[in-house]
Design a protein around this ligand. Sequence first.
Ligand SMILES: [Zn+2]
Length: 311
Amino acid sequence: MSTSDSEQQAVSSQPEPKSGRYFRKHADFFTKKSGDIMLQADDEKRVCFCFNLVQLQAASSFFRDLPASSHPTDMVDGLPRYPILESSSDGLHVFLLAVRSLSQVAPFVLPEHIIQSTPAAIYEAAQIGARLDVPCIYRLLDEALSGASHIFHTPFILFAIWELSAISSKTMSASRSTLDLDITAVDKYLVRAVHVQSPACWLELQDLHLRRAQGMARVRSICEEIVMGACRDCGRDGRAVTEEARLRIIQGAVDGPEEVAAKMRRVSFVSVCGACQGRTRKHIDSLHDWYMRFISEYRFLAPYESPKGGW
Ligand SMILES: [Zn+2]
């Protein structure tokens, strides 16, 4: 089924009784029930969704706190109309599917055509959740996306969703999950949506990817600054020992960041005395810790300086 076929099936147009304008009701939220309101998207499609107000209030403190006097006076299909500002029809659809799943036995599943053709709608659903104060939206979308790991930009959507949640531990781990992704190839509408919503978040993610790509160059330059004095025990020139360490770490510079870090951990020096080994190990451990922070921290508050006292 093509996208346009599924879209045609998903919505149906009916004349709006009073104004004569046409409105479209989504097939997934078509049937009116007692206690329903009509939520309407804000894009050019302006698709309408019947949804139970009490169910919405259970999830959203925005709707819970809405004073009775602010109830809309205009009606669509016999239900009070609530326009959801700055929402797309696809985004509102995903959002309402997620909220509705809270009262259902079956877990929330993202429609496959949304995942394939309009992944930005998943992010927009999280934006709507953030605006309407629905804290469970991030978890619901995360769980639904975990079943969609075959979609290559899933880690990026997860990052964008958790960034909206402002839960820093989740954002941090989600940012690391994007590292194997070519973020320049992510769906352009999705990237634009994230860029518009929070330019700082997008810049910081780019910075993280840049640091990962450039981390090896920084390790190489730090390695070249090595100055270790002569050993008090064996009298050996520290430069020779550290030169050996440097070569072992930066050889095969085509390694990925994880391989470089693992190399730092396992590098050993059998030809030197215990004291030389000890102080070289200390320096390499310090470099390793710096390197791991440098390539994996999403929100860095302090500038990345070389390990204290060089290494
Ligand atoms: Zn020594």
